[in-house]
Design a protein. Structure first.
Length: 151
């Protein structure tokens, strides 16, 4: 396995969710590189990714099937608290990650409009001009002259 492309399944799942209107389950994490044909390839750093998922309170993690051999590096107490799902294809990832009930396009549009309305007031507030506060004039003191009453 090589380092770097391990977010491939996550990005592909996010795109599939957007295109289908099917939300991604919020109780799982996933890792894996994907090929152009949708095969899930092994990744590096599985132990640290599973420890991070456990610390974040995630209960289910999708991992590349070819990384199962690396599970011996993960402490049993952590493994026993996670539901590890080995996957070989993006079809398996999507079947596990996407919630079955698609959201109607009208609902997606309504949710998007509601989000934009919530963001708009904040943007408008930021664009208001800050009132100018007059700064009192200070007497100028020549650089070569010490300040009055001092040093």
């Amino acid at each position: 396995p090589k380092d770097g492309p391990s977010a491939g399944v996550t990005m592909a799942t996010a795109i599939a969710s957007l295109l289908t209107g099917r939300p991604v389950r919020r109780d799982l994490a996933m890792t894996g590189e994907i090929t152009l044909r949708g095969r899930v390839l092994p990744i590096g750093g599985l132990k640290s990714k599973l420890l991070a998922a456990h610390l974040a309170g995630v209960k289910t993690v999708l991992i590349p099937k070819r990384n199962e051999k690396d599970l011996v590096e993960v402490p049993e107490e952590i493994r026993s608290q996670l539901r590890l799902v080995p996957v070989e294809t993006m079809d398996q990832v999507l079947a596990e990650a996407l919630i079955d009930a698609p959201r109607p396009a009208s609902r997606i549009k309504a949710e998007r409009a509601a989000r934009q309305k919530r963001v708009a007031p904040r943007t408008a507030r930021r664009s208001r001009k800050t009132p100018e506060v007059p700064i009192p004039a200070t007497p100028e003191v020549p650089v070569d002259q010490p300040p009055a009453g001092g040093a």
